[in-house]
Ligand binder design. Sequence first.
Ligand code: UFG
Length: 329
Amino acid sequence: MKVLVCGGAGYIGSHMVAHLLENNHEVVVLDNLQTGHKSSLLGGKLYVGDLRDSEILDKVFSENKIDAVIDFAANSLVGESVEKPLKYFENNIYSVIKLLEAMNKHGVKYIVFSSTAATYGEPENTPIQEEDKTFPTNPYGESKLAVEKILKWCDRAYGIKYTALRYFNACGAHTNGKIGEDHSPETHLIPIILQAASGVREKIMIFGDDYNTADGSCVRDYVHVSDLASAHLLALKRLQNGGDSKIYNLGNGKGFSVKEVIDVARKVTGIDIKAEVAARRAGDPATLIASSEKAIKELGWEPKFNSLETIIATAWKWHSSHPHGYDEK
Ligand code: UFG
C-alpha cells in the first residue's frame, strides 16, 4: 500500500518509514523539517511542508494515491508545552484538523495517530489500561487527548477509521545503525545518558531520588522505536481489514528506574557514566507502566526488543557512531 507518513523525518517517524520500506510498502513523507532530519529518511518521496497548509496537503493527496495515513507530526516537549500551551494546541491540534479535512476531501479512510502516555496524567492504576481515566497534567498530553476526541467524531461523521497509539517511553535505534534519536535540545533520559558516555556531556543528572519507588528515582516503561513502528503497521492492516477505531497502549509492561537505566547503560557501554542526584523535574509522575495486553491480543503485536540491555545496545550503536546526531547540523 501507499502510506503517507506525516512527520516522517522525526525520530519515531523515520523508523516508521524504514519499517514500511522493509515491508515493501510505498512511502510518501510530509515533514516541515522543523525538528526532523532529511538524512533520517532511508527512502520514500519527501514533501517539505506543514500540515497546517491546506495547499501542500492538496498537492500531496492529488499527486499520490494514498491508501492510509500515519501521523507523527507534532511538538512533543512536555516542559515546553507548559510554557507555551498555545504553540502546542495550534500545531498539534490544528494540524490534524487540516489533515482530516484533506483526507475527507480525497477519500482517504484510514489513519494511525501518534498519541502518548501523557494523556493519562497521574495514573490511577499500575499497569495503566486504556480504560483508565485520562487527566493530562500538561498541554502536550492535553493536545493529544483532544485529537483522540476529534478522531472519534470524524469517524462518526466521515467514516474515517483511526487507531490512536499511546506510547510510553520510546527509545533505542534501528539495528542498521543508520538512524536514531537526535533532538535539539535533547531532554530524554537514554540519549542524555549515552551523551555522557560518549563525552558529549559531562554527566547525567538524576531528577529526584525521593519518589515513592524502590530506589527513589522515577520508573518508566521503555519501548523500542522499531517495535512502535511494527505496531503502527499492524494497526493499519487491522483497519484495512474492517477493524473498528480503537486506542491502544504501547509499552513493554515492565518498569525501570532512572538509576537502573543508568546502571544498564554502564554495563552495555563499559563506561563508568557519571551521575548526580538533582531536584525533581516539575510534572514527573513517579511511575508510568503500560498494560499493552490489548495491543498484543488485538493487533497481534510482538515487541521484539523486550530487554532494556538490548534496547540500550541499539541506542549506543547509534550514539557512539553519531555523537552529534545527523551530519547536517
Ligand atoms: N530524567 C532524568 N534526567 C534527565 C532526563 C530525564 O532523571 O536528564 C528522568 C525524568 O525525570 C523521568 C525519566 O528520566 O523520570 C524519563 O524522562 P524522559 O524525559 O526520557 O521521558 P518522560 O517519561 O518524561 O516522557 C515520556 C515521553 C513524552 C511523554 C511522556 C509521558 O518522552 O513524550 O513520557 O509521560 F509525554
